[in-house]
Design a protein around this ligand. Sequence first.
Ligand SMILES: *Cc1c(COP(=O)(O)O)cnc(C)c1O
Length: 507
Amino acid sequence: MFPLILFVEGDLMNYVSTRDVSSTASAAQAIVLGLAPGGGLYVPDQVPVISLEDIGGLVALDYPARAARVLAPWLTEFSAQEIEKMCRAAYRRFDTPLVAPVRAMAGGLYSLELWHGPTLAFKDMALQLLPRLLASSSKIVGETRQILILVATSGDTGKAALEGFQDVPGVSICVFYPEGGVSQAQKLQMVTQEGDNTRVVAVRGNFDDAQTGVKKIFSSPDCILELSARGVVLSSANSINLGRLVPQIAYYFSAYADMVAMGAVTLGGEIDICVPTGNFGNILAAEYARQMGLPVNRLVCASNENNVLTDFIDTGVYDRRRAFHLTTSPSMDILISSNLERLLFEAAGRDDRQVRTWMDELKNQGVYRLDGAQLDFLKARMAAGCADQDAASREIRRVFEEERYLIDPHTAVAVHVARQWKAQNQSERPMLVSSTASPYKFGRTVLDALSGGAVGLDDFDCCKKLSALSGVPVPSAIADLPGKKVRHQAVCDVDDMWAALLPAVEK
Ligand SMILES: *Cc1c(COP(=O)(O)O)cnc(C)c1O
């Protein structure tokens, strides 16, 4: 059989909305808009393909060059040189020239460390690049209005977006986070943010409330009109933005190239990938990497107690009508995974009406259900598992005691699920695990797991103690926080997010 989809260099990439396939956009348009009109997400008309030979060619390149090679066919309005220049600038602030190094762990696991950027979480991989993509994209589409970036965060996106967009000309940014739903360090990182174009607001609610509120503003004609009258246009730095998704595809290729270089796999050999999942952006990037030609067998979706995705992948029923748990892996405390919609679109055979029906059912009844063929599609690609806080805690301790390697609670959830899945399936394939945050971003939980000695200490003392235990220094992005001035103190109710946002466009 001949491949049905072939990418020919020189073709212009086209994107369509998951809720209306007649609504199309170029990459630059999709990046500027964030969300498609009508609330859909932009997906590629056809996924570009990279040959095995080209994947082998990545081994000799550094990270920015690898990323540029992977990104170029997705961003056909940008020149290859321009993309590489943006990647070089984006990854300069990382604390290792490797940017996203792979570390071999016991039992055939490989940790892909995605937390060497300025805010110590994997969001930096995309959010150091997105502002550059957005600035360039608005030039391409002729957008002259001020862009307001609206973000709902479960903790890590907010800081990474603030850091990426701080003082970027022509752009302002407003971040909403769930009051009480983020760690002390995460909160301090955000409320001490500098920059004249930044605003940070705590919402009395959980992450889903904040995300729903942001989506409401995006889809409200009144809000759009009011902003437009002020010369402002909305865009999104949440992982629904194509400009967030595409940079994440690159690190899976880079990791594979590293695994080839270290002899963990031979070029063309298959690996599995396990991803600690919240909004489904990171694991979706892995799926796109596979569609581009990366030799991946299974994608394993790892959840914490908020295991709506585990049940969904097992049964085909997505049911958000369940208790919401605040856990030690807050960036995965999510019951509505926005990016799943992109995979659903494929599972439905690219039927936009079916996607609209499911999303309406989710909104109105809190539940939707795939049919047999749709579930088969899903199961052919994904496996799923979950780990509760005790299991994650035990995993942190085990990995440190057996391997002298510190992992954060999100990564621990994935390591636990990966080991379990490997054992159950007696898989010999190497398993890449997405390591999504520095252990120091969640120092209290990690120290508690190692020694139970966090009682009476604040998060920063925990990090110091952790450093003494492990011999790994506390990164300055954490160590310097207590001395910083709090600049953002706004708090609002879920229903008042629009009013709370307005000062961001009044400056
Ligand atoms: C955002 C985040 C996740 C979840 O990633 P998604 O792309 O939303 O699935 C996992 N771990 C950490 C540390 C994060 O910051």
